[in-house]
Design a protein around this ligand. Structure first.
Ligand code: KMT
Ligand code: NI
Length: 177
């Protein structure tokens, strides 16, 4: 299973684990915020991804390599952009093919849960949940990004000072058809 835990408060280097010691199970992720996680390894892994993509209507994909080597002087800018709390109007579907990274997702009571991903991990964030991403301190994450239509990556930043009312926390899920 993918490791997930509540993030320590205000870590000084977000690329470190910063594990608070309180872990979160895959069931809890699924049941409380509809984040789904799988792990596909071995020679059939890509077939399983293809099957899942077919079943759920993810018809296009691209590949990203997030590293200083591949991104050059854009690396720091991209890291900042990914790590800005944001949401999308579509699901975020990622299959990790190399390196290591952290998806931080907001818990039902608006705290950060950190999901550690590395090769073989497959994650689906539902549309409309606030999240952010960073490669770990190894500064290297490779991923296949799956999309329901053409590859697009529009992010909507969380407004400054926006506090989510706990009662409205299910609202983002209304993006689902
Ligand atoms: C996002 O929206 O946060 C991303 O696409 C992160 C990069 S994919 C590992
Ligand atoms: Ni995102």
């Amino acid at each position: 299973d993918m490791r997930a835990f509540y993030l320590q408060d205000e870590p000084d280097n977000p690329k470190n684990y910063n594990d608070s010691g309180t872990s979160v199970s895959a069931e809890e992720l699924r049941n409380t915020i509809a984040v789904e996680t799988w792990h596909f390894e071995g020679p059939d892994a890509m077939n399983l991804i293809d099957e899942m993509a077919e079943k759920r209507g993810y018809t296009s994909r691209d590949r990203v390599i997030i590293s200083p080597q591949s991104m050059g002087d854009k690396f720091e800018t991209m890291c900042k952009k990914f790590y800005q709390e944001h949401l999308h109007e579509d699901e975020e579907i990622r299959y990790i093919t190399g390196g290591e990274g952290f998806f931080d997702v907001r818990s039902i009571d608006d705290k950060w849960i950190r999901i550690v991903v590395s090769t073989g991990d497959f994650i689906i964030l539902p549309a409309g949940i606030y999240h952010r991403f960073t490669p770990s301190n190894k500064n290297h994450t490779e991923a296949t990004r799956l999309f329901q239509s053409y590859p697009k990556w529009n992010s909507i930043s969380r407004p400054e000072g926006d506090k989510i009312e706990v009662s409205s926390l299910s609202a983002p899920f209304s993006f689902h058809p």
